[in-house]
Design a protein around this ligand. Structure first.
Ligand code: PMP
Length: 262
C-alpha cells in the first residue's frame, strides 16, 4: 500500500560517490528538499541525519570506487487506495550500485542519439519517481542501440530522457534555461562552472532542432554519465561525427573538480 508503488508519489535523488566521497552533496540535498517541499512531504531527516545514513550505506560497499547512491522518499503507506491522502510517515528507500565511467578514449569515439517529442508533464524540474515517459524513452534508446533520446517540446530542445543537453556553436555553449521543462541537473551546474573557469561564453537560452543539428558539438550530462559527447543524431553526423575540443576541455576540468571536491 505504499504510495510510491501505487502512484509514483515520491521524489528521489542519485548521489555519485567517488572513492567513498559524495560529489555535490549539498546540491543534491538541496534539490531533494525542493522536491519534498513541492509535493508537501516533510523531510524525515536533517542534513546531518542524511549524511550519516548515506555514509553508512557507502561504507558497506567500499569495494566499489564509484557508487551511485539512489535515495527515494515516498509519501508512505496508507490503508486506503484513494488518490488523496492524510498525514503519513514517509518511506525511505536507499541502495548503492557500482557504476563505471567510460574512459576519455572511449568517449572520443562519439555516441549516437535520437530525437523524440517531449511528451512529459510540465513540472520536469521536480525529480519525481513517476518516470513513465522517461523510462519509455530510455527503452527506445536501448532498442535503437543509442546513448540517449533528445527531447523536443514545441520545437524547442529541452533535455534528454535522463540527462541534460549542451551544444557548442562558434565557441559559445548553449543549454536550456532552468524552469519547468528540464530537471536542474547538478552536473549541468558543474559544467557551467567549468565553462566559467575557462572563460568560455555560456548562454542558458532555448534553441531548436535546426540549431542542434547545425551545432559544432553536442554533449549530454548526468551524475553517473558525467559529460558524454554526441556525434550522431537521428543518423546524421554532428560536426562530421568528430568530438569537439570544447568537450575535451570541459571533460578534463570536470575530472579535476571531481578529484578535488569528492
Ligand atoms: N535530466 C533528467 C530528466 C534526469 O533524469 C537527469 C538525471 N537524473 C538529469 C537531467 C541530470 O541530472 P544530474 O546531473 O543531477 O544527475
Amino acid at each position: 500500500m505504499d504510495r510510491g508503488f501505487l502512484f509514483g508519489d515520491g521524489v528521489y535523488e542519485v548521489f555519485p560517490v567517488y572513492n567513498g566521497l559524495i560529489l555535490g552533496l549539498e546540491s543534491h540535498l538541496k534539490r531533494l528538499q525542493e522536491g519534498l517541499d513541492t509535493i508537501n512531504i516533510v523531510n524525515p531527516y536533517d542534513k546531518k541525519g542524511w549524511i550519516s545514513i548515506i555514509n553508512e550505506l557507502i561504507s558497506y560497499h567500499q569495494e566499489s570506487n564509484k557508487q551511485a547512491i539512489y535515495l527515494q522518499i515516498s509519501r508512505g503507506c496508507d490503508d486506503d487506495r484513494k488518490h488523496t491522502h492524510g498525514k503519513l510517515k514517509p518511506t525511505v528507500y536507499m541502495q548503492s550500485s557500482p557504476f563505471k565511467s567510460p574512459t576519455k578514449d572511449d568517449l572520443l569515439k562519439g555516441s549516437d542519439a535520437i530525437t523524440r517529442d517531449d511528451i512529459r508533464w510540465s513540472q520536469c524540474d521536480t525529480k519525481a519517481t513517476s518516470l513513465l515517459a522517461n523510462i519509455m524513452f530510455a527503452q527506445e534508446a536501448k532498442n535503437h542501440g543509442v546513448e540517449e533520446v533528445i527531447l523536443i517540446r514545441n520545437g524547442i530542445v529541452t533535455e534528454c530522457s535522463s540527462s541534460n543537453l549542451f551544444l557548442v556553436k562558434n565557441n559559445c555553449i548553449y543549454t536550456h534555461p532552468k524552469g519547468p521543462y528540464i530537471l536542474p541537473g547538478i552536473t549541468r551546474e558543474m559544467i557551467i562552472d567549468c565553462a566559467k573557469y575557462y572563460d568560455i561564453e555560456i548562454k542558458e537560452i532555448t534553441f531548436n532542432k535546426d540549431s542542434l543539428m547545425d551545432a559544432d558539438e553536442v554533449w549530454i550530462s548526468s551524475s553517473t554519465r558525467e559529460v558524454v559527447p554526441i556525434t550522431r543524431i537521428d543518423n546524421s553526423p554532428i560536426n562530421n561525427g568528430k568530438v569537439g575540443e570544447t568537450w575535451s576541455l570541459i571533460y578534463d576540468r570536470y575530472q579535476a573538480i571531481k578529484s578535488i571536491n569528492a
